[in-house]
Design a protein around this ligand. Sequence first.
Ligand code: ADP
Ligand code: MG
Length: 219
Amino acid sequence: MNIQFEAVTKYYNQGNERITALQDVSFQVNSGESLAVIGQSGSGKTTLLSLLAGLETCESGTIQLGATTVSALPDSQFTKFRALHMGIVFQQYHLMPHLTALENVLLPLEINHVSQAREKASDILVQVGLEKRLRHLPSQMSGGENQRVAIARAMVHGPQIILADEPSGSLDLKNGEMVMDLLFRLCDQAQSTLILVTHDNGLARRCKKTLHLKGGKIV
Ligand code: ADP
Ligand code: MG
């Protein structure tokens, strides 16, 4: 699914102060391509992902995902759109702590009423190398394993857009590389559009395009 930002501006109000988190941001990513979003802390990277995911709304501009102008969707419809078409990977995994690996991966399938959910969930856990961890809780797995479960959960329902915010940021070098190789490989296989927020220029170079933010603007 292609992604288009057209003159997007986002403010946060904090007390009497208005913080411009993104200012007049326009870019386009074609279906199946990858975009790295780089920039210093506070430059607007997470805000950009939050707008894409419909977790925040923008003051002006339009965001178009495929044929849908999502910036005009009411919350309830954006929630459905997100569940069906997006997978999100966070730096801190954000798995449900009381659910096993398999149960965490089942969640997006259950939300979307997908048939043969257990087979699909275990298949993707095998693909990420966790066939021996299906019944483990997040607390019983390493950071790298948790992030592989999170990637499986983000991708199990075949979303056309993957959003990832510093997915290797909490991992050591070896596990970070393993997780990133996996994410790139699965996105490629599924022809998903990948938006990757990263501090790592080496990782950014693996993406087809790079967007450099500074103070909420593209540089
Ligand atoms: P990054 O992810 O690049 O570190 P963010 O998108 O989190 O940057 O933040 C961009 C700017 O918006 C920063 O100045 C930050 O302090 C501000 N900001 C982010 N979220 C909020 C919020 N919920 N309320 C007020 N200001 C915020
Ligand atoms: Mg951030």
